[in-house]
Design a binder for this molecule. Structure first.
Ligand code: 13P
Length: 248
């Protein structure tokens, strides 16, 4: 049985005043690691968050990292720095990074490798746009996003990673993929990896993201290839997020 993981991606939300009670509520409730729980605040709050989590059952993740390890890259943050302030995970290739900040699959693959190199667990985000789904291109898009990573780092690299399937049309829209739609793509991802390495595919955690709420989490998480969730909006409300963790 793969242990389920629920990760909260705060995106560019929060403040020191708002983060404190949110993290306190999560830490007070999530005391076992039976379900993995990760929070991903904005970079500037990671250090505070690490202190507030004080090495308990809730893990810390970043939302992005630089593909380079060190040097003259103004404004960037390296994997080693994230590790240094207490992160154990980082997202890579979130659809907002891909679409709003022009990140190519090649760059995402380099970020994935940088995360692994720094000892972080990358959560590789993949997913299709609505027009791509409507054109029947979902599998081709997701396969290409995966292949950029496996070609650079090898399929073995996925043994130390998570994948998050986030259909872009479901992110922040309130329009969730049905459990069956999620399962279909998750199963496709697992089969695709299994062609290269069946053992890694069987152990790979594939999270679903896109308008997951307390009210729909249980049905989505019940699907055989859905191993948890990557939660945006609902991760900013303690009650809602904790109900999603409980559903896992
Ligand atoms: P929402 O849960 O707000 O749809 O966001 C999903 C997401 O992008 C998480 O990374």
């Amino acid at each position: 049985m793969r242990r389920k993981i629920v990760a909260g991606n705060w995106k560019m939300h929060g403040s020191r005043a708002a983060n404190t009670p949110l993290i306190e509520a999560i830490v007070a409730t999530v005391t076992s690691e039976r379900v993995g729980c990760v929070i991903c605040p904005p970079h500037v709050y990671l250090h505070d968050a690490a202190r507030a989590l004080h090495g308990g059952a809730v893990a810390l993740g970043a939302q992005d990292l630089c593909a380079e390890a060190v040097g003259a890259f103004t404004g960037e943050v390296s994997g080693a720095m994230l590790k240094d302030v207490g992160c154990s995970y980082t997202l890579v290739g979130h659809s907002e990074r891909r679409s709003l900040f022009g990140e190519s699959s090649a760059l995402v693959a380099r970020k994935f490798a940088a995360a692994l190199g720094a000892g972080l667990i990358p959560i590789l985000c993949v997913g299709e746009q609505l027009s791509e789904r409507e054109a029947g291109r979902t599998e081709g898009i997701v396969a290409a996003q995966l292949e950029a990573v496996t070609q650079l780092s090898g399929v073995q690299a996925l043994a130390g990673a998570l994948i998050a399937y986030e259909p872009v049309w479901a992110i922040g829209t309130g329009r969730t993929a049905t459990p069956e739609q999620a399962q279909e793509v998750h199963a496709f991802i697992r089969q695709r990896i299994a062609v290269e390495d069946a053992k890694i595919a069987a152990g790979l955690r594939i999270l679903y993201g896109g308008s997951v709420k307390a009210g729909n989490a249980q049905d989505i998480f019940a699907m055989p290839d859905v191993d948890g969730g990557l939660i945006g909006g609902a991760s900013l409300k303690a009650d809602e997020f904790l109900a999603i963790v409980a559903a896992a």
